[in-house]
Design a protein around this ligand. Sequence first.
Ligand SMILES: [Zn+2]
Length: 70
Amino acid sequence: MNYYRVNKSTSSNPNGDNEVHKDTCYHYDRLSNYESLGQHSNCSSAVSLANRKRYKADGCKNCIPECNKG
Ligand SMILES: [Zn+2]
């Protein structure tokens, strides 16, 4: 299980998506404007929760490439 956060800011993302990061990610501790998604056993669970919270969520290509749509 890992903790996940969704970035509320989309300004650094050219696709305009809200990136979801895992707690092992370099970016995780550097997010200044985020919502915690809690613990998940896989990234697709975390991304779908973010989508249910009305984010336009996509996985970070660094920490969860299997959930990154590009
Ligand atoms: Zn990441």
